[in-house]
Design a protein around this ligand. Structure first.
Ligand code: SAH
Length: 394
C-alpha cells in the first residue's frame, strides 16, 4: 500500500518556490534553469514546478537559494472567515500524515486588510486542524497529537492575497554542514557561491581570496569547480516525510556523488592576516572534502604578488560596522588599491558596506551590485581585468 502511494506521489506535480536574498534571485533562476527546469524570477523568490524528485534535487544542488517551499495554495483573503475557509479547503491530507507536527511557523502580512500576524497564524492553525480531524475521522474538540515529522507551514498575505507554503528545507540552505568553526564575521555560504556565480571566474582561472577568514569563498569555489552538490553533507526537513521515498533520496544523492569531478585541478588561494582564521579555513575545507584543491596561508593582503594572469580576486574585507575602526578601514582599502593595481589582467570583486569604498581604494568600479549580507546593505564592487592573451604579455 505504501509503495503504491509512493509511486503515485512520485509523479505528482508541485508548485514550488526557491527563496533568495534580495539581489540574488536571477542567480537562483539561472541555477534552476541549469537543472533543466523552467522558472519565473520574482522579488525574493523564483517559481517553478516539479515532482518529489525536483524537491530533492533543488535542495541538494541550488547554491545561491535560501529554501525550497511547496505552494499548497493561494487565494484572496480579506477577512478571517475567508482565510479560515480557504485554508480549510486546501488538500492538507496529501501533505500531512496523522501525527505530523505542523506549526504555522510564520505569518507575514503586507499591504493587506488582515494585518494581525499572530491571529493569521492562529486562524490558519485552526483551519488545518479542523480539516485533518475531518479527513482522519478524529473527533473535533480533541487536539491532534503532533509527535511525528515536522511540516513547517507559512502564510504570507500580500495585497489581500494569501499564499500558504510548506518549507521542505529545514535549516536554511546556506548551512552546508562543512563549517566547523566560523570565526568573526563569515559571509553566508549561499551569498559567497552567488557572488562566484555572478563573477567571471571559471574553474580554469586562478582565484585568490586575500581576506579569506573561515575560507567560505575558496571552499564554495572548489565545490563549484569539483561539481560537489552543496547539500551533500546535510539533512533536509523532507527526509523525515513519509511520502518522500528514501530510496529516491538515496538515488539522487548517489547520482550527485557520481558527478563529482575528482581529478580536476583548481588554482585557489586563500590568505588572511590572522593565523587562527587560516587554521579554521583549513579545517572547514577538510570537512567539505576540498582541502586538496585550496592552498591556505597566513599573509597580509599588502604582501600579495603574483605573476599569474587572468585570475579573479574575491574579497570580503573588514568593514567599519564589523571588524575595524574607520581609520584602519580607510588605510586597508587604500593599501588594497595599491596592491591590486599591478594585477591588471585580474578581475576584482570586493564586497563591503562602505559607501566610500571606491575613493579609498583609488578607482571607480566598472560595475556595482547592491546585495544584503544578512540585514546589512552591502555593495559588490566589480573591477574587470584587461583581457590579455598569454602571447601578448611576452
Ligand atoms: N569572508 C570571510 C570573512 C572575512 S572577514 C569568511 O567567510 O569567513 C575579514 C577578514 O579579513 C578577517 O578574517 C581578517 O583577519 C582579515 N584581514 C583583516 N586585515 C587584513 C589584512 N591586512 N590582510 C589580510 N587579511 C586581513
Amino acid at each position: 500500500m505504501l509503495a503504491f502511494i509512493l509511486r503515485g506521489r512520485m509523479k505528482t506535480k508541485f508548485k514550488l518556490i526557491a527563496t533568495a536574498a534580495a539581489g540574488l534571485e536571477a542567480v537562483v533562476g539561472r541555477e534552476i534553469r541549469n537543472l533543466g527546469l523552467e522558472c519565473q524570477v520574482e522579488n525574493g523568490r523564483v517559481r517553478f514546478d516539479g515532482t518529489v524528485e525536483t524537491i530533492i534535487e533543488t535542495n541538494l544542488w541550488l547554491r545561491a537559494a535560501d529554501r525550497i517551499k511547496i505552494v499548497v495554495g493561494s487565494f484572496p483573503a480579506k477577512t478571517f472567515e475567508e482565510l479560515f475557509q480557504s485554508v480549510f479547503a486546501l488538500d492538507w491530507e496529501n501533505y500531512l500524515p496523522l501525527g505530523a507536527k505542523f506549526p504555522i511557523a510564520k505569518a507575514k502580512c503586507v499591504k493587506s486588510k488582515l494585518h494581525n500576524e499572530p491571529s493569521v497564524q492562529a486562524i490558519s492553525k485552526k483551519a488545518v486542524v479542523k480539516k485533518l480531524q475531518k479527513r482522519y475521522a478524529r473527533p473535533e474538540g480533541v487536539p491532534l497529537i503532533e509527535n511525528g515529522a515536522e511540516f513547517k507551514i507559512e502564510v504570507s498575505i500580500l495585497k489581500d492575497v494569501a499564499t500558504v507554503l510548506i518549507d521542505t528545507t529545514g535549516s536554511s540552505l546556506f548551512k552546508r554542514g562543512y563549517r566547523a568553526e566560523k570565526g568573526g564575521a563569515p559571509i553566508k555560504e549561499n551569498m559567497a557561491a552567488a557572488i562566484l556565480l555572478l563573477s567571471n571566474w571559471y574553474p580554469d582561472k586562478p582565484l585568490i581570496d586575500p581576506t579569506c577568514g573561515s575560507g567560505t569563498f575558496c571552499i564554495e569555489a572548489a565545490m563549484i569547480g569539483m561539481n560537489i552538490a552543496p547539500g551533500l553533507h546535510r539533512h533536509f526537513a523532507f527526509e523525515e516525510w513519509n511520502w518522500v521515498d528514501s530510496d529516491l533520496i538515496r538515488h539522487v544523492r548517489a547520482r550527485a556523488l557520481g558527478q563529482i569531478k575528482q581529478d580536476i585541478q583548481l588554482d585557489i588561494l586563500g590568505t588572511d592576516i590572522d593565523a587562527r582564521m587560516v587554521e579554521i579555513a583549513k579545517r572547514n575545507a577538510e570537512e567539505a572534502g576540498v582541502s586538496e584543491q585550496i592552498v591556505f596561508k597566513q599573509m597580509r593582503l599588502q604582501d600579495l604578488h603574483t605573476d599569474k594572469i587572468n585570475g579573479v580576486i574575491v574579497s570580503n574585507p573588514p568593514y567599519g560596522e564589523r571588524l575595524l575602526d574607520d581609520d584602519a578601514v580607510t588605510k586597508l582599502y587604500q593599501e588594497m588599491g595599491q596592491t591590486f593595481a599591478p594585477l591588471k589582467t585580474w578581475s576584482k570583486f570586493i564586497l563591503t558596506s562602505d559607501e566610500a569604498f571606491e575613493s579609498k581604494y583609488g578607482s571607480p568600479a566598472d560595475k556595482k551590485r547592491k546585495l544584503y549580507n544578512g540585514t546589512l546593505k552591502v555593495d559588490l564592487y566589480q573591477y574587470f581585468g584587461q583581457r590579455v592573451k598569454r602571447q601578448e604579455l611576452k
